[in-house]
Design a protein around this ligand. Structure first.
Ligand code: ZN
Ligand code: ZN
Ligand code: FE
Length: 763
């Protein structure tokens, strides 16, 4: 007795070899019918005897291809149709959408072996890919994910590639970007003004130039990189100068995992991260004897390292045989370039040569950055390799919501139904170009999702460019969301928690509901509301925002508070490095309360104390001092400074004035700075844990989540979660960045919850 079933599959099921795999399963089970892509996923209609159908269904559930990610399988009975074969049917473009395009995947081992095999027709071909690997999101122009909705549509498959594409037993069966030297994209070498340079082998020649000290702009998957020999001090310095990038570290690409060991230490978790198909930049501990120009990552013990993720990168690295600086192809503050002519225009004054190709990039997408924090892999910047993979929401949103994130390290997020989709990393919103990128990326993701959300969530800070963008969208309902509330809800959402939770949100700064800068918050949170239970005692920053760069101002403000207006400046070497006039002016601001806003961000405490102990009056970029301070801390030191927890006020206040005075005493007595750094870290951890115990009881001890940029600090993250382990559930970020790059997820969930609350109270 023949029966019919329709199976709806949702999740990441397009561009991952899903249909071919279904096809093979169905054939093996002796079923008839069809499988097709559509805008919401994949639909299978299968006809056969009940036993075969049941076995087929079972295999669907347990045995999907490694890169597929099935979110939902729904089955229903349908009338039997007189078909005689199982086929892959044409895609169906109608209907509501949910993004089924997978993220870009690093080159798989099989493809790499072909590229390196002299006898293979793809020997040396930089665009080799298959259903397991290759470009996806960055070439997709529309859904469903079919070749004619990608930037490969202009390349006609040759007969050899077409037969692979059509052969269900081939690993390139329906690999949409399938290509070979005869029919696919090609590389070219251009001079700095965009003139093609005649050459037999553009990649080899680019590698030669790199070895000779040149800066080469290289078109990759999600945009251009600017590359140079990472060992060449002159080249690296020149790149910094031309790019207008002072001290921020550059990432380094090396040929393979063996080459990583020469530069940095990588434990097994870090090796897995490096080799994962997302191929992020991984922040590793740099080896002391690493042969890399000091200008690559000045003043830090870390090195951002990543492995080649396209055949082009593999070939380039193999030929250059040196580690390469690979930094985003942009001028300071601008988005990464994707277009060949745009690159010549904007990067012509930086790069000596351009290694370009003729496969257009549909979506800008920077490299992702990840780090192991206390044994746990954590995404710091979620972009290429992750976008547009969805984060599952524990509660579906009522209507689509767009959240526009923060001002710095911006990413946005669109939630539809049970899923939240982060857009690519946009970066700091300080230029009109960055704002254009934000608008363009929002529009692209809206098209792929087939929605235009009429609810837009934004930060409460009216000075954020993202907030202004949200408020400029016509005809939408906007919802302002408190910064740290959003951090906490982002963390709880990642772990499927619906609240309440005790959120520990530690970062540099975020706009508070009282109009002051918050940044060290312990709050009881639900998606729709929060209560602030504890925070740090604020101190004044003379000169306001200038103190972010001139961290000696943070130190002065902190001391001014701890010593009741009479800081012992003369005893502290830090202030010997600052012009005395500047100190006088700043002290005056503190005394007279002029241009000295209060701050309480944990980041400002790190800046202040880090500056004092490291003798560093200035930071070259955000968190530079904090990162160096963490690196300084002696892991064997268990000492701690005194602190007070003031519970008379609401919220309770962690008062660190006694710590500051004890720490200054240590500095005077010339205690090893590594011990002082460790004691400071220990104090923040202990104060946090005791505050949690103090306020947790009354709140019913709900699970704790740790969030905010300060939890990129291993000592803090491991310290707090380690102290709670075994007593209290404690969650940290993994797939969603703890810093402002993860903020938008909290914003969508909060906006949805707030609107639902309104509807309920009306009913
Ligand atoms: Zn492959
Ligand atoms: Zn071909
Ligand atoms: Fe933040």
């Amino acid at each position: 007795m023949i029966e019919g079933r329709r199976i709806e599959v949702r999740g990441t099921v397009q561009g991952v070899g899903f249909r071919p795999w279904v096809y093979r399963l169905a054939r093996r089970a002796g079923l008839q019918g069809r499988v097709r892509n559509h805008t919401r996923g994949v639909t299978i209609e299968a006809f056969g005897v009940p036993n075969s159908l049941a076995e087929f269904l079972r295999q669907l559930e347990v045995d999907a291809p490694p890169t597929a990610d099935i979110v939902e399988l729904r089955t229903c009975s349908i009338p039997v149709e007189p078909v005689t074969d199982f086929v892959i049917a044409n895609s169906d473009r109608a209907g509501g959408r949910s993004v089924t395009i997978p993220p870009d995947q690093g080159t798989c081992d099989k493809c790499l072996a072909e590229v390196l095999d002299r006898g293979n027709r793809r020997f040396g071909y930089p665009f080799t890919n298959c259903t397991d690997c290759g470009p996806r999101f960055t070439i997709a122009t529309d859904v469903p994910y079919d070749r004619d909705a990608t930037t490969m549509s202009g390349f006609e498959l040759c007969s050899a590639c077409a037969s692979e594409f059509d052969d269900p037993t081939d690993r390139r069966f329906h690999a949409q970007p399938n290509a070979c030297p005869d029919c696919g994209p090609r590389v070219a070498l251009w001079s700095r003004d965009g003139t093609p340079v005649p050459t037999e082998d553009a990649i080899r020649e680019a590698a030669e130039y790199l070895k000779g000290g040149a800066i080469v702009a290289i078109k990759g998957l999600g945009g251009f990189h600017l590359a140079c020999d990472a060992r060449d001090r002159r080249a690296v310095r020149l790149l910094r100068q031309k790019k207008g990038r002072d001290q921020k570290p550059f990432a380094i690409m090396v040929a393979g995992i063996d080459a990583v060991g020469a530069l940095a230490e990588a434990d097994p978790t870090e090796v897995d991260l490096l080799r994962s198909p997302e191929r992020p930049i991984v922040l590793l501990r740099r080896r002391r004897d690493a042969f890399v120009a000091p200008e690559v990552a000045p003043g830090t013990d870390r090195l951002g390292v990543f492995l080649p993720y396209t055949p082009l990168h593999h070939l380039l690295l193999a030929r250059a045989a040196v580690p390469l600086v690979m930094t985003s192809g942009n001028a300071a503050d601008e988005p990464i370039c994707i277009d060949n002519d745009e690159a010549v225009d904007r990067l012509g004054s930086i790069a000596d040569w351009f290694l370009v190709h003729d496969r257009p990039i549909a979506a800008r997408c920077d490299d992702s950055v990840a780090r192991v924090i206390g044994k746990q892999a954590t995404i710091i910047r979620r972009s290429r390799g992750h976008v547009p993979r969805a984060v599952a929401l524990p509660v579906a949103v009522e209507r689509p919501v767009l959240a526009v994130g923060a001002h710095l390290k911006n990413t946005f997020c669109i939630a539809v139904g049970n899923e939240a989709y982060f857009g690519p990393h946009i970066g700091d919103l300080d230029s009109p170009e960055a704002m254009d990128f934000l608008a363009e990326a929002v529009q692209h993701l809206e098209r792929l999702l087939g929605v235009r959300p009429d609810v837009v969530a934004h930060d409460l800070h009216s000075g954020y460019a993202s907030t202004r963008y949200a408020l400029s969208r016509a005809g939408v309902r906007t919802v302002g969301v408190q910064h740290h509330h959003a951090h906490v809800v982002s963390a709880m959402t990642e772990h499927g928690l619906v609240g309440p939770v005790l959120g520990v949100a530690y970062d540099g700064t975020g706009y508070g509901t009282d109009g002051t800068a918050w940044g060290a918050e312990i709050m009881l949170c639900h998606p729709s509301r929060f209560r602030r239970l504890a925070t740090f005692r604020p101190f004044k920053l003379p000169g306001g925002n200038v103190a972010m760069r001139e961290v000696w101002r943070c130190a002065l403000g902190l001391l001014h508070d701890a010593y009741a207006g009479a800081p012992p400046i003369a005893d502290l070497s830090l202030f010997g490095r600052v012009p005395s006039r500047a100190i006088r002016v700043a002290s005056d601001m503190l005394d007279k309360n002029l241009n000295a806003p209060r701050a309480r961000g944990v980041g400002r405490y790190f800046d202040a104390v880090g500056g004092l102990v490291l003798d560093r009056p200035n930071a070259g970029f955000e968190a530079q001092v904090a990162v160096a301070f963490e690196a300084l801390a002696d892991p064997t030191e268990t000492g701690c400074y005194p602190y007070d927890l003031m519970r008379v006020c609401a919220p309770a206040e962690i008062d660190l004035r006694r710590m500051v005075r004890a720490l200054v005493e240590d500095l005077r007595r010339r205690v090893d700075p590594r011990k002082i750094a460790a004691r400071f870290h220990n104090t923040i951890v202990r104060a946090t844990v005791s505050a949690l115990y103090q306020v947790g009881e009354a709140a019913g001890n709900p699970p704790v989540v740790l969030t905010g940029g300060a939890f990129q600090n291993t000592w803090l993250a491991e310290g707090v979660s380690g102290s709670l382990r075994g007593h209290w559930d404690c969650f940290r970020h993994g797939l969603v960045p703890p810093g402002d790059g993860g903020l938008a997820l909290g914003q969508v969930v909060i906006a949805d919850a707030v609107l639902k609350g309104e509807t309920e109270s009306c009913a």
